[in-house]
Each structure stands twice: as structure tokens, then as C-alpha cells.
Design a binder for this molecule. Structure first.
Ligand code: NAP
Length: 505
């Protein structure tokens, strides 16, 4: 709510507590006038009503008071509930609470909306803010959103949907850095503007979602459980199961069947540690494969204005999540590798090797080639992980917002590709000549690292081909809007953002 005469901020006068300190009523405010002078404005503190005295109502009242509003709560049992609110909040019966306030937050559940109908006359002409969230079942069951239902019960009121995505906990203890977006919708722009302004004053970022019909979408938001992570997580799990089973067959089952040796102790650490880098590496290549496919498609079609197939479009949209899962697996691989020498099995192996060495009378087992291989292998792994960390950090919205489009694209596209190259070299130095040794083909299965190299090598080779002048020139022409004769014009998919159009390679 815009405060009349309030230009910059509300400052408590001497002796009154700062917003957020609730043990004394916020009775008087000094407002900064346009001429810079301070004016007393006791009577002008905007009055806001809340119906309901539950968890949400309490947190909302606390936040509103801390943001400079005067709050009046309407409860069916004000005497019992008053003690639970900050003393600056007036808790009274519902009929009294709705009188002086122009904006009233309805902090009760949908099933109790009808019990408020007795207040219809007092509520006429006021703004009702619906903060409710349906359960998943209610959301599917009702054809109307809670906000639309409230509007149908109170046709003489203006209903605004807001704040349902903010939990009681966030309201009370959350930051005021405007990082949290609050979707707001209503059929009345003026009421929407008023509530947006209040939400802004409370330290959130209001987001206009249009008319009240969008309330269904807004109410579905808190019901979502990481929708963008479902497919990437399933993909990572699928790869994990595949590589874990493959490594199990090669490293555990093979010695058990052929030599009757029990290597099942390898399952928790060793097999995990050979599986995780495979998943991380393949996932990283899957971040860059759709860009390569998109570029190939654009080259073939000779235009950037025709839509990609849906599966490619979805793949492009999930690259960030796939990349972060790759980083997660790579980090786990680093921790596992770090802990490998701590295992009892490793110590026994070392001692057994030393004993064998003594028995065979060998004084020096130093192998120059192996030493170099391990040094390079470890160094490349550390560099690749460092690069992946950089990509992960820059994908955080707070960091990404500090970068312009060129910087973001440089980090995610170019440095990301360097991370893929480093990971490939890391894998190759791990494999060394093992791909050519017959003994490494257990049950005729090639070493795991050879499998992991397939997709990344396709990506790297294709990217290399795109650097050829004939292809790169054509591609950059297409990206600038050039079209070959007869290129088919198709509409871009609705959710196809500019960012996706321009960042395919
Ligand atoms: P709650 O703790 O159960 O409070 C509900 C309040 O509704 C009661 O305290 C009661 O206050 C009031 N009420 C009014 N008429 C009623 C009736 N006929 N029967 C029963 N209660 C009645 O629930 P809440 O967590 O505060 O949630 C309130 C609303 O906020 C819900 O719509 C919820 O979806 C929404 N919300 C909650 C959160 C959260 O984190 N809790 C987050 C977002 C949205 P009186 O007894 O004083 O009348």
C-alpha cells in the first residue's frame, strides 16, 4: 500500500523500536517529506486486516508490523489468540477487524471460506487477498482456484491472489533482499498494484501474473516438486545403474566366477568410485550434445527460424540441471578417491605387495611411465573439477545476474567445453594402453572408460568440424538471421527463449 506523503522510508521516532522489534507497539512514525523534513504520522500508518489467527496469520502480522503497517487481526477467539501475536498487533473479533482495513488478508483454509459469509456486508468494496494453498488432491478436484471461489462468495469485493508461495517461516525469518518472487494476480489492476506495493514493502519481489484466472497456475506452484530436475535425475540414475552393473560384472563377478575370488568388499567404495566419474563424464558430454545437434539441424535446414523437435527443445532446457548433476557426481568421485588410501583393503594390498617384493628379491619397483601417467592423470582430474566448480558457481542466479550475456555464454559454453576436454584427457590418461590389452576385456566386455569416451568424443569431433571455416561461417550467418533459399518458416515453440536460440553451440 502506498503510504500517503511517504517518500523514502518510515523511521521510528526516538524511543520507538525499529521495524522487526515487536515488543512495543509501532504507534508513531516519522515520515520523510519531499522537502526532507520529518513529520509525525501516527494516524496515517496504513491499517491492514487479517482474518484467521493461525501460523500464517501470525507470521504475516509480524512481517507487516515490521514493515511499517498497522495490523488488525480478526479471530473467532481473540482472547485466546491475542497472546500469540506481537503486542503491536490488535487482535479482535472478525466483525471488528474488517471495519477499518481496506486490504484484508484471508488466512483461513478454503473449506472455511463460507463461514466468513456472515461478514459479507462489512467486506463489501474491500480488497481480499487470498493466500491459500490447496492440497494436491484439492487442486485436481476443484475446477476453480481457491481465489476464484473466494471471489464467487464475495462478489462485492476485489480478490487478489498473493503470498501463497511464501511459507509462514519465510515470512517471519526470511531475508528482505527481494530475492523471493511473489506471483500476484487479480482482475482489478488497481487492487493488484496496491497489494504489489505492500509485498514490495515487505521485502519481496512482486511478479504480475495477470488476471485472477492465473490463480490456478499460482496455486499449483507450491505443489511442484523440482519439476525441472525429474528428467535429469532419472537420466543420472539410469546411467549410474548401468555403469554400476557394468563395473560389478567386470570387477566383482568376473574374478568370482573365473578365479573363485571374493571381491564383494569392492561394492561400497571401489565400484562406486569407478562408477561416479563415468556418470559425471557422460552427463557433462550430454550438456553439450544437444547444442551440437541443434547446430547440425540449423546447418541442414539453413535457418534458425524453424522449431526444433520437442525432445531437443526439452533437452536444451535441462542442460543446467544435467551439468549440476555432473558436478555433483564429479565432486563425490573426488571425495571417494581421496578416501581410497584410508581403506583397510588398500593397506593389506600395500603390505602384501611389499612382502612379495621382498620374497622375489626386488629392491626397486619404480616405473617411470606409471609415475608420469598418475601425475598427469591426477592433475587433469583436479583441473577438470575446478572448471566444473566454476560452471556450477556461475549457474547460480545471484552470480549469473552479475554477468552480461557474453560473459555468461563464455563461461558456460567455452569454459564448459574446456572442462569436457580436460575430462577427456583425464579419462584417456587413466585408460592409457589398457584398451589394447586383451586381459582387460573381462567376459569380452571392454574396459568401462572406453564406453564413457563414446559420446564425449562425438561431441568434441563434431565441435571441431564446426570450427572449419566453411561450416563456422555458414553457422554464424544463420545465427545472424540469414536463411538459405526455400528454408521452411515454422513458428518457434511457445517456450522457446531467445537464450536457447542463440546458445546452441
Ligand atoms: P492454521 O494455523 O490452521 O490457521 C487457520 C486459521 O483459520 C485458524 O487459526 C482460524 O483462526 C481460522 N479460521 C477461520 N474460520 C475458521 C473455521 N470456520 N474453522 C477453522 N478455522 C477457521 O493454518 P495456516 O497455516 O495459518 O494457514 C492459513 C492459510 O494460509 C491457509 O489457506 C494456507 O493454505 C495458507 N498458507 C499457509 C502457509 C504456511 O506456511 N502455514 C503458507 C502459505 C499459505 P481463528 O480460530 O482465530 O478464527
Amino acid at each position: 500500500m502506498d503510504h500517503p506523503r511517504c517518500q523514502i522510508s518510515c523511521q521510528p521516532v526516538e524511543g520507538t523500536k525499529m521495524p522487526g522489534e515487536m515488543d512495543k507497539p509501532l504507534l508513531s512514525h516519522r515520515l520523510v517529506e519531499s522537502d526532507g523534513s520529518l513529520a509525525d504520522a501516527t494516524s496515517e500508518v496504513p491499517k491492514v486486516g487479517i482474518l484467521g489467527s493461525g501460523d500464517f496469520a501470525r507470521s504475516l502480522a509480524t512481517r507487516l508490523v515490521g514493515s511499517g503497517f498497522s495490523v488488525i487481526v480478526g479471530s473467532r477467539n481473540p482472547k485466546r489468540m491475542a497472546g500469540l501475536f506481537p503486542s503491536a498487533v490488535q487482535v479482535t473479533v472478525q466483525e471488528e477487524a474488517v471495519g477499518p482495513a481496506e486490504v484484508i488478508f484471508v488466512a483461513v483454509y478454503r473449506e472455511h471460506y463460507s463461514s466468513l459469509c456472515v461478514l459479507s456486508d462489512q467486506l463489501a468494496g474491500k480488497i481480499l487477498v487470498d493466500v491459500s494453498n490447496p492440497t494436491e488432491q484439492e487442486h485436481l478436484q476443484h475446477h476453480q482456484s481457491n481465489a476464484e471461489y473466494l471471489a464467487s462468495l464475495f462478489p462485492a469485493c476485489t480478490v487478489v491472489k498473493a503470498l501463497n508461495v511464501i511459507s509462514a517461516w519465510t515470512l517471519q525469518s526470511g531475508q528482505r533482499d527481494r530475492n523471493r518472487q511473489v506471483p500476484i494476480c487479480s482482475d482489478h489492476p488497481e487492487a493488484k498494484h496496491k497489494v504489489s506495493s505492500m509485498v514490495h514493502t515487505m521485502g519481496f519481489m512482486p511478479m504480475d501474473m495477470g488476471s485472477l484466472i492465473s490463480a490456478r497456475e499460482v496455486e499449483a506452484m507450491p505443489l511442484r516438486l523440482l519439476p525441472n530436475w525429474k528428467v535429469p535425475t532419472l537420466l543420472a540414475l539410469g546411467l549410474f545403474v548401468f555403469f554400476y552393473a557394468y563395473n560389478f560384472i567386470r570387477d566383482v563377478l568376473n574374478p568370482y566366477v573365473l578365479e573363485n575370488k571374493s571381491k564383494f568388499y569392492k561394492l561400497p567404495m571401489s565400484v562406486m568410485n569407478t562408477t561416479l566419474p563415468c556418470v559425471a563424464y557422460v552427463l557433462l558430454s550430454l550438456v553439450y550434445l544437444p547444442g551440437v545437434l541443434a547446430a547440425a539441424l540449423q546447418l541442414k535446414r539453413g535457418t534458425k527460424y524453424s522449431r526444433f523437435p520437442d525432445w531437443l527443445d526439452h533437452w536444451l532446457q535441462h542442460r543446467k540441471q544435467i551439468g549440476l548433476l555432473s558436478f555433483f557426481c564429479a565432486s563425490l568421485h573426488a571425495v571417494y578417491s581421496f578416501c581410497l588410501p584410508l581403506r583397510r583393503a588398500h593397506r593389506y594390498d600395500l603390505i602384501n605387495m611389499a612382502v612379495k617384493q621382498v620374497l622375489t628379491n626386488k629392491s626397486n619397483l619404480w616405473n617411470e611411465e606409471e609415475v608420469w601417467r598418475m601425475e598427469i592423470y591426477l592433475s587433469l582430474g583436479i583441473l577438470a573439477l575446478g572448471m566444473l566448480s566454476l560452471l556450477a558457481v556461475t549457474s547460480l542466479p545471484s552470480i549469473a545476474n552479475l554477468l552480461n550475456w557474453r560473459e555468461f555464454s563464455f563461461v558456460q559454453s567455452n569454459l564448459g567445453f574446456v572442462a569436457l576436454l580436460l575430462s577427456t584427457l583425464h579419462t584417456l590418461t587413466y585408460g592409457w594402453t589398457r584398451a589394447f590389452e586383451e586381459s582387460r576385456y573381462k567376459f569380452y566386455l571392454p574396459p568401462t572408460f572406453t564406453l564413457t569416451l563414446l559420446v564425449p568424443c562425438v561431441v568434441i569431433v563434431t565441435k571441431g568440424l564446426f570450427l572449419l571455416p566453411c561450416l563456422s561461417r555458414r553457422l554464424s550467418k544463420i545465427r545472424r538471421g540469414w536463411e538459405k533459399d526455400g528454408a521452411l518458416h515454422l513458428t518457434l515453440p511457445k517456450n522457446h527463449s531467445l537464450a536457447q536460440k542463440t546458445s546452441h553451440v
